[in-house]
Design a protein around this ligand. Structure first.
Ligand SMILES: NC(=O)c1ccc[n+]([C@@H]2O[C@H](COP(=O)([O-])OP(=O)(O)OC[C@H]3O[C@@H](n4cnc5c(N)ncnc54)[C@H](O)[C@@H]3O)[C@@H](O)[C@H]2O)c1
Length: 408
């Protein structure tokens, strides 16, 4: 590369520096994807330890500023990633995690919405389609700015399994898993092709296709039984989504996105091919499916919708105003909210409405940040931005004194 880039340095904040979050940070570091990575975790020692370990590779890779921060440090992020929360244990389904993780993701998303309203939010925490929806409602970000990793991992697994079977590079196999990232997901076999030739022409029987699908669908269970968790392939998938966002690549990936009528479905997050770029989901691609596949996709959407309904999410009203202003997206229709819930509460000035975290609007101290964003005055946000810039990166002439000797 020649010349000096005048672009603003790219910043990725990772909330949840466990196995997935830290492996993702490592993948970004190896690929030189981001200029700055901020690791945030409830377990501060863990985030600090991971950042130290990653920094020690710095003389061997392209420079990235990596540090351990707290939730306030998401300010000025281009991308905020939520990988915090519980992971499946042997015998658990992704849906078993729902209540535990909805509280964690809802709380985090709310703060991200206040502190980094211009960021894209990527959700990985499971069950990822439900959590993406929780994050959208909690953050108040426009639906196209909240992306779940969805069935990108499952799609990568499917391409690997088909490629392995046929002796062809997985990169040249076009096949997708769509729907819930979970037990109700489906393989869109009718669209699967190699160089435009339908996979059905490749001498694979229906039984064979079904067994390949089951291998993919059950892969997480099998890996968790063998080694406790999955993190390498998902980290690479996350890195690819990150590159599409930070570099505005407009790549097509099977990610979890808000479905607003495609496939005859509305009001859920589901995995489907979509165009991903700097502004998030630029376009949901509606695959032309067979009747059976479409029916299975609708059933999958119902599974996710049922799980969302069970959470009884209610966004705080000022989020709705912000969101409506930004994108014309109306939460009151989306969540079927009674109009009286949106009117101010007589004693507090807020509605009796609660956010996914259980916080009422009046509890959120940074509410004025949102108001200032709405009115175009960004004072508070700017104050926080400056604070962070003073902290990182360290100026070149301010290095710690060289150690001339050390005890062994
Ligand atoms: N979408 C996918 O394809 C996919 C793939 C693999 C894992 N996952 C999911 O990713 C999530 C993380 O998995 P993992 O294996 O890294 O788990 P992990 O237990 O190793 O890490 C989770 C981390 O989250 C932190 N955390 C918990 N609550 C927090 C909070 N409120 N704020 C900040 N940090 C908090 C924990 O301290 C821990 O370090 C799980 O929900 C898992 O199911 C998703």
């Amino acid at each position: 590369m020649t010349g000096v880039s005048l672009q603003k340095p790219s910043k990725v904040s990772i909330i949840g520096a466990g196995r997935v979050g830290s492996t993702y940070a490592f993948t970004l570091l190896l690929r030189g994807t981001a200029d700055e990575i901020c690791l945030i975790d409830d377990n501060k020692e863990r985030a600090l330890g991971e950042s130290m370990d990653l920094n020690h590779a710095m003389s061997l890779v392209e420079r990235t500023t990596i540090w351990a921060g707290s939730i306030q440090d998401v300010v000025d992020s281009d991308l905020v990633v939520i990988s915090a929360g519980s992971a499946q244990k042997p015998g658990e389904t992704r849906m078993d995690l729902i209540h535990r993780n909805a509280k964690i993701v809802g709380d985090i998303a709310e703060k991200v919405g206040q502190l980094a309203p211009n960021a894209i939010l990527m959700v990985v925490t499971n069950p990822v389609d439900v959590m993406s929806y929780v994050a959208m409602v909690g953050s108040g970000l426009a639906p196209q700015r909240v992306i779940g990793s969805g069935t990108m991992l499952d799609t990568a697994r499917l391409r690997y399994v088909i490629g392995d079977e046929l002796g062809i590079s997985p990169q040249h196999i076009h096949a997708s898993i769509i729907g819930e990232h979970g037990d109700s997901e489906i393989a869109a076999w009718s669209r699967a092709a190699i160089a435009g030739t339908s996979l059905r022409n490749w001498a694979l029987s229906e039984t064979h296709l079904q067994s390949m699908f089951e291998e993919v669908r059950d892969a997480a269970y099998n890996i968790i039984n063998l080694k406790g968790a999955t993190y390498y392939a998902i980290a690479v998938a996350m890195a690819k989504i990150t590159e599409a966002i930070l570099r505005d690549l407009r790549s097509v990936y099977s990610v979890s996105c808000y479905i607003g009528g495609e496939y005859g479905v509305r009001g859920v997050y589901l995995g489907t091919p979509a165009v991903v770029g700097r502004e998030g989901i630029l376009r949901v691609i509606e695959l032309p499916l067979s009747d059976d596949e479409l029916e299975a996709l609708k059933n999958s959407a119902d599974t996710v919708r049922q799980a969302i309904n069970d959470l009884s999410l209610k966004p705080a009203p000022f989020y709705q105003r912000l969101l409506k202003k930004a994108s014309g997206f109306d939460f009151s229709q989306e969540l079927d909210i009674e109009p009286e819930l949106l009117t101010p509460h007589p004693s507090t000035g807020s509605s009796g409405n609660v956010s996914p975290s259980g916080m009422s609007a009046s509890d959120i101290s940074a509410g004025d940040v949102l108001t200032s964003i709405e009115t175009g005055a960004e004072d508070k946000v700017n104050v926080q931005k400056k604070a962070v810039y003073h902290k990182q990166p360290r100026p070149i002439n301010a290095r710690r004194p060289h150690r001339t000797s050390r005890s062994v």
